[in-house]
Design a protein around this ligand. Structure first.
Ligand code: CP
Length: 318
C-alpha cells in the first residue's frame, strides 16, 4: 500500500476515527514497528512534516532515517535512456532500489517546480520512487498534493465539529496574498478531502487563481471573498500561485488578507492554516493569536495523521 493522495484513503471518517483513538493511546502499537525503518527523504525544507513524521514513527516503534536529499544526496536523473554526461550523478533506478534495501517505507517531499506544468503534474520524483522502489511510498508533499496535511485537517475539523451539534458545517477555502509563488499541493488535497465530507464547501479566490479544474470538479467557487465568508464555520486559508498562468503571482492584493473584519462576517468561524504562515500578509496577528485560530491544533494533528497512515500501512488490510 502506498499513500500518495487523499484518494488512497478508503474512508476518511474511518481514518479520522482511528487517529482520534491513537490520540488516546499513542504508544498502543509501539510493538508494530519494531525492527522496521522509515526513510524520510526531503528535497525541500520542512518543520512540521519532518518532526511529526519522526515522532509518529517513534510512537509506532520504528526507526526513522532522515536525509535532506537536495543537500546530502547525489543529484538524481529521472529520464530513461539518457546519456548521463551532464550534472546528474545517479539515476532514480539505482537510488530507489538502494534505499529500499535499508527502509521498509520511504516517505518523500518533493515540491512542484512551478516552471513546467506537465512535468509537475507527472510527479516525476514521487512516481520515480513508486516505480523503482520495492517498498511502500508515502507522499510528504509532492507537486500536486499534500495528503498527510489534508488528513490532519480532517482530524482538526472533526474535533472542532462537536461545537456544531451535528449541523452540517460551512467550510471556506480562501486564497490569501503572499509575496512568493507557492505551489497548489495543500489547496488541492484540501479540496479532495472536502469533496468527501458532508459540508457546504466553497472555494474563494481572485479571478486568475483558479485551481486545476480536474481537481476542483464541481466544487463551488465564489469570487467575492466577503460573500463566501458569510455564515462560514471554518475558514481554511492558503496562498497558491496561478495554475492557468502556471506558477505566476498575478496579484498580492492585501484586501484578501484574513483579518477581524473578514472573520466577523462568519458564524464565529475557526481559522485554519497549514503553516508556515506570513503574519500581516496572509493573516493579521490578531486572528492568528486569537481564540478563533486552531493552527497549533492542526500542526499537532499532523502526528496523528502520520500515525494513522503508518499504522494502516504496517498493519495491512483487515
Ligand atoms: N504544513 C507543513 O507541511 O509544514 P512543513 O512545510 O513545515 O512541513
Amino acid at each position: 500500500m502506498n499513500y500518495l493522495s487523499v484518494k488512497d484513503i478508503d474512508s476518511i471518517d474511518g481514518w479520522v476515527k482511528e487517529a482520534r483513538e491513537l490520540k488516546k493511546g499513542p504508544l498502543k502499537y509501539h510493538e508494530l514497528g519494531a525492527n522496521k525503518t522509515i526513510g524520510l527523504l526531503f528535497f525541500n525544507p520542512s518543520l512540521r512534516t519532518r518532526l511529526s513524521t519522526q515522532k509518529a514513527a517513534q510512537n509506532l516503534g520504528m526507526n526513522a532515517m532522515v536525509m535532506n536529499f537536495d543537500k546530502e544526496g547525489w543529484a538524481l536523473e529521472y529520464e530513461d535512456g539518457i546519456r548521463m554526461d551532464q550534472g546528474k550523478s545517479e539515476h532514480i533506478k539505482e537510488a530507489a532500489q538502494v534505499i529500499s534495501q535499508f527502509c521498509d517505507i520511504i516517505a518523500i517531499r518533493a515540491f512542484a517546480s512551478l516552471e513546467d506544468k506537465d512535468k509537475d503534474k507527472a510527479e516525476i520524483v514521487l512516481n520515480g520512487f513508486k516505480k523503482y522502489a520495492s517498498v511502500p511510498i508515502v507522499n510528504m508533499e509532492s507537486s500536486v498534493g499534500h495528503p498527510l496535511q489534508a488528513l490532519a485537517d480532517a482530524i482538526t475539523l472533526d474535533e472542532q465539529m462537536a461545537a456544531l451539534n451535528g449541523r452540517k458545517p460551512k467550510v471556506v477555502l480562501s486564497w490569501a496574498p503572499h509575496p512568493k509563488a507557492l505551489p497548489h499541493a495543500v489547496a488541492n488535497s484540501f479540496v479532495e478531502m472536502m469533496q468527501q465530507q458532508e459540508a457546504d464547501f466553497v472555494i474563494t479566490h481572485p479571478r486568475g487563481y483558479e485551481l486545476d479544474a480536474e481537481i476542483v470538479g464541481d466544487s463551488k467557487i465564489e469570487y467575492d471573498q466577503e460573500k463566501a465568508f458569510k455564515d462560514a464555520d471554518f475558514i481554511y486559508t492558503k496562498n497558491w500561485s496561478s495554475f492557468n498562468d502556471y506558477g505566476k503571482v498575478l496579484s498580492q492584493d492585501l484586501s484578501w488578507t484574513i483579518d477581524k473584519d473578514k472573520m466577523d462576517l462568519t458564524n464565529s468561524a475557526k481559522f485554519m492554516h497549514c503553516l508556515p504562515v506570513r503574519r500581516g500578509v496572509v493573516v493579521s496577528d490578531g486572528i492568528l493569536d486569537g481564540p478563533r485560530s486552531v493552527v497549533i491544533q492542526e500542526a499537532r494533528n499532523r502526528m496523528l495523521a502520520q500515525m494513522a497512515v503508518l499504522h494502516q500501512m504496517m498493519r495491512g488490510p483487515q
